[in-house]
Design a protein. Structure first.
Length: 205
């Protein structure tokens, strides 16, 4: 089990994958932590730990993956290496929750981290793409944990979707699989919403 916030362990994790499979083609940064605290209640410890998991862990994963991916053979002419990185953000990075300042802020950071990694790889001549999947409220452990802290949250967020339901993890996985595949070679630095239309509807309707 990898603690993603342990940045020093990432090179070894990637090395294990390369040893097992011969190369690393895909990294999905999917770890996440919630805090359940608004700006007046959040502690330094909770803030730092949330960012360590949600942002620093993703950064360290990207850094270690790029070190391996840039040596992969078979990139398009004029490029080096190859691979796909998919970072998981959240609609809370686009329309914030008042009760979780650390989670919303950290997922916002993941969105821009992705873009920075994408343009870095492109400018370096690496055939390594980096994109973001932005799920809406999805039936996951992290939402179930949030429901314990904020009773009724799941029903409330489900109601914000025009589809009037929570997402299924398989629906998010399908978006990740697409961005990790060879079907979208011209997509990098992009954001794919899997939110049931929640970010598309005016809040007054």
């Amino acid at each position: 089990m990898q603690d993603v916030a342990d940045t020093g362990a990432w090179p070894g994790i990637v090395a294990q994958a390369v040893e097992a499979w011969g190369r690393l083609d895909v990294l999905v940064n999917n770890a996440g932590a919630i805090s359940g605290a608004g700006i007046e209640d959040v502690t330094d410890e909770v803030w730092d730990r949330t960012f360590a998991i949600n942002v620093t862990g993703a950064m360290a994963g990207c850094r270690a993956a790029i070190a391996a991916m840039k040596d992969n053979p078979g990139g398009p002419s004029g490029t080096k290496g190859g691979g796909a990185i998919v970072n998981i953000a959240s609609t809370s990075a686009m329309a914030a929750l008042p009760g979780d300042v650390a989670y919303c802020s950290s997922k916002g950071a993941v969105r821009v981290l992705t873009k920075s990694v994408a343009v870095h790889c492109a400018k370096a001549g690496y055939a390594i793409r980096c994109n973001t999947v932005i799920p809406g409220a999805t039936e996951t452990g992290i939402l179930n944990a949030a429901e314990q802290q904020i009773p009724g949250l799941k029903a409330a967020v489900a109601a914000t979707s025009p589809l009037n339901r929570l997402g299924d993890p398989a629906e998010t996985a399908a978006a990740i699989a697409f961005l990790a595949s060879d079907e979208c070679p011209f997509m990098t630095g992009a954001e794919m919403l899997v939110d049931g239309g929640a970010m598309s509807i005016h809040p007054g309707f």
